[in-house]
Write a protein that binds this ligand. Structure first.
Ligand SMILES: [Zn+2]
Ligand SMILES: [Zn+2]
Length: 118
């Protein structure tokens, strides 16, 4: 049975969809990454390699109030980025429930410009 492998656009985890999984999925359905809880809407599901996803948002659990909320690309675009103590860049978003500031870190090593060592 053919299995389609999709790479999560957020955490690069490989999600495997079997033919049976895909037969159940329709355009407009949402799948969720097991690893980072990113939500992706299916925009094409034709068969074979004809499959496309659009990233909707990431479900995040607030460490302060334990409520889940969704971080979308728009939220991330508006969120300020700060340098974390370990030197990595994190985005600061605020929880819609308790207004706590939450640091979000995404691993996107492919997009990161290489640091020149001078
Ligand atoms: Zn993911
Ligand atoms: Zn909260």
């Amino acid at each position: 049975m053919a299995t389609l492998e999709i790479e999560c656009p957020v955490c690069a985890e490989v999600l495997e969809l079997s033919d049976a999984d895909r037969a159940e999925l329709k355009v407009g359905d949402v799948i969720v990454c097991d690893s980072c809880n990113a939500e992706m809407e299916i925009t094409r599901n034709g068969g074979g390699e004809d499959f496309e996803l659009e990233l909707l948002g990431i479900l995040t659990l607030c460490p302060n109030c334990n409520e889940e909320f969704e971080v979308t690309e728009d939220v991330l675009a508006a969120a300020p980025t700060v340098q974390a103590t370990d030197g990595s860049e994190v985005s600061l978003v605020s929880c819609p429930h308790c207004q706590a500031s939450i640091e979000l870190e995404f691993e996107d090593e492919e997009d990161r410009p290489a640091l020149s060592s001078q």
